[in-house]
Design a protein around this ligand. Structure first.
Ligand code: GUN
Length: 296
């Protein structure tokens, strides 16, 4: 079998187009422009890339983008004071604090300082609780993007066996909640799971979110299963040669070994071009939702 490639890039472009139409209507009919504030503390290179990309796409769909870049040694009180200002700012409908934060900052404290109504990441403890109890909440962007692709491919997910590899608060746990909400039978596997290959082989749906390059080989995948690869890992690619400074060129890979998994799966998301673009599209959609809720 050769898997259908789930084109997250194209899907995300469609979602962003819908967001742009909604933003245009909000402007025309209500004089409202949704605004997203992104806070970046420090100079983590991957985070800088994400933040730049978020700012660009926010502007492209016609929303206001507010970027706040703080030094790596920013005091917790200063960051909390910024969040307080953003909470009170009526032009800001969504607030995202880019993670990970430098070690001296308490991530839980910072995230829980965000007004839950503006928490477009869905990481505030109130939103986590609402999602866990099946109530209306802000839903974390990466799992939401994965769910949209799964629903688009399968229609109903009811009764399917889903295995989520990884138990992070950002992806693994909310992903499991969403799949449960769609009536899947859900297993969360992690580093202590006994006989992981056997657990994964049971799955109709595999969501890999561990951050380990090409960890899942094709012989763990049940023939015909759907594989959603959340990993974005940069590895050395000596076959591509060297850079001008003599360093080895790199390439992006997922948590699944693409070629061997694609040979067995029924459908698979590529890296890049799968889950990644959907995450930002869902962030934009969540910001519009927050703007609409804030304005009745
Ligand atoms: N770092 C990696 N992924 C995310 C995300 O979805 N949101 C935030 N705030 N930080 C991240």
């Amino acid at each position: 079998m050769t898997a259908k490639i789930i084109d997250g890039k194209a899907f995300a472009a469609t979602v962003r187009g819908e967001v742009a139409e909604h933003v245009a209507r909000l402007k025309e009919e209500h004089g409202l422009t949704p605004g997203l504030a992104v806070v970046l503390v420090g100079e983590d290179p991957a985070s800088q890339v994400y933040v730049r990309s978020k700012g660009k796409m926010t502007a492209e769909v016609g929303m206001n983008s507010y970027e706040h870049r703080l030094d790596a040694d920013t005091a917790e009180a200063e960051l909390l004071a910024l969040i307080k200002r953003l909470n009170a700012d009526r032009d800001v409908h969504g607030i995202l604090v880019q993670l990970p934060l430098p070690k001296h900052l308490d991530e839980d404290l910072v995230i829980n300082a965000i007004d839950p109504e503006k928490d477009v990441d869905g990481f505030h403890i109130s939103n986590v609780g609402l999602l866990g109890t099946g109530q209306k909440s802000m839903v974390p962007c990466t799992p939401l993007g994965c769910l949209m692709m799964l629903r688009d491919h399968h229609g109903s997910l009811s009764g399917m066996d889903a295995v989520v590899i990884g138990r992070s608060n950002i992806v693994g746990k909310p992903m499991a909640q969403l799949l449960l909400g769609d009536s899947c039978t859900v297993t969360i596997a992690h580093s202590r799971t006994k006989d992981l290959p056997q657990v994964v082989r049971r799955a109709d749906i595999v969501v890999a979110a561990v951050g380990r390059p090409e960890m899942v080989p094709g012989d763990w995948i049940k023939p015909g299963a759907t594989v959603i690869d959340v990993g974005i890992n940069r590895i050395g690619a000596p076959e591509k040669g060297t850079n001008e400074d003599g360093s080895v060129k790199t390439r992006l890979v997922g948590d699944c070994h693409f070629e061997s998994c694609a040979a067995v799966a029924g459908a698979i998301t590529p890296v890049p071009g799968g889950v990644g673009p959907m995450t930002i599209a869902c962030l934009l959609a969540n910001t519009v939702t927050a703007c609409c809720r804030a304005n009745g």
